[in-house]
Design a protein around this ligand. Structure first.
Ligand SMILES: Cc1cc2nc3c(=O)[nH]c(=O)nc-3n(C[C@H](O)[C@H](O)[C@H](O)COP(=O)(O)OP(=O)(O)OC[C@H]3O[C@@H](n4cnc5c(N)ncnc54)[C@H](O)[C@@H]3O)c2cc1C
Length: 255
């Protein structure tokens, strides 16, 4: 709606999906937590199933705009819009979500790693509809955190990061996923950093050294909100902070 309002897009045909009630759903499936594309962000945020099975998703939605925005905004709309500064694309990347897409009776599945192509551009063809997003469950012992910098609460992020960490019995890192937003033309997964952290003891030094490995994924624009240098610096600081908090949550969930 904002794009239409600002005349940034002028489609010849507008299809209103609001009446398609089958696109409004939250359910547990064999693949994970499946959420219909038209499910309102506020419903996902408040769902006890989401909070229990995929808490990082509920946590991330709290950072989207404010309550009125989340009452109207849909989970699918946010993902297809593919704003690089939005929270949900980074959550989808971190969780290796799958996008179930329908076109003229034929379905296909697009993995999150292939869904975000460029600034405001997803892999959906013009005649495809996003039906459902499937978030595979992470282990219940996993810790998670979202950290972001905004000018005011509810603004789109200047830079942000989602971190998910699981520890083994020796309290070393057994699984780690880090996805950043606001720092490139799409949300990005920091795979080099993830590889470097596997098997390590989680501490401040390890996190700070790992955050120095972000450079290959950071390509932030400089604009009226922040310079390129500021965004890069913020990304490294936020990553170390999010990893630290995710490990704390992991310890808490194991108690
Ligand atoms: C004031 C304001 C503040 C905001 N703050 C934030 C923020 O802090 N963080 C954040 O992440 N977001 C923020 N948003 C975005 C908001 O949460 C919505 O997700 C966004 O505006 C898209 O709206 P929508 O979900 O109704 O989708 P729509 O506007 O209906 O759709 C967005 C795009 O996706 C396409 N689309 C939608 N659903 C489907 C589908 N099922 N299949 C195929 N294509 C589809 C549409 O054609 C359109 O191109 C903000 C928005 C506003 C207006």
């Amino acid at each position: 709606m904002p794009l239409l309002n600002l005349r940034l897009t002028k489609p010849k045909i507008l299809v209103d999906l609001n009446g398609v009630s089958s696109l409004d759903s939250i359910r547990e499936t064999s693949g994970g937590l499946s959420i219909g594309a038209m499910t309102r962000q506020s419903r996902v945020e408040r769902s006890s199933l989401v909070r229990e099975r995929c808490p990082i998703l509920a946590e991330a939605i709290r950072y989207i705009g404010h309550v009125a925005i989340r009452h109207r905004g849909t989970i699918g709309g946010s993902l297809v819009h593919a704003d690089p500064a939005a929270e949900l694309p980074a959550v989808a990347l971190a969780l290796d979500a799958n996008f179930e897409v329908a076109r003229d009776g034929r379905d296909r599945v697009i993995p999150a790693a292939e869904f975000f192509i460029d600034y405001l551009t997803s892999a959906l063809a013009p005649d495809e509809i996003l039906r459902e997003i499937v978030f595979p469950m992470v282990r219940p012992s996993s810790g998670y955190a979202l950290e972001e910098v905004t000018r005011r609460h509810g603004d789109f992020a200047i830079a942000g990061v989602v971190a998910i960490v699981d520890l083994d019995e020796a309290a070393k890192i057994a699984d780690v996923r880090v996805a950043l937003f606001g720092v490139a033309s799409t949300a990005v997964r920091a795979r080099k950093l993830e590889r470097a952290l596997m098997g390590q003891e989680p501490n401040e030094h390890v996190f700070r050294d790992a955050a120095a490995l972000l450079d290959d994924v950071l390509d932030p624009p400089g604009d009226i909100h922040a310079s390129t240098a500021y965004r890069k610096h913020a990304a490294a600081v936020l990553t170390a902070r999010a990893l630290h908090r995710a490990v704390q949550v992991c310890h808490d969930r194991r108690l």
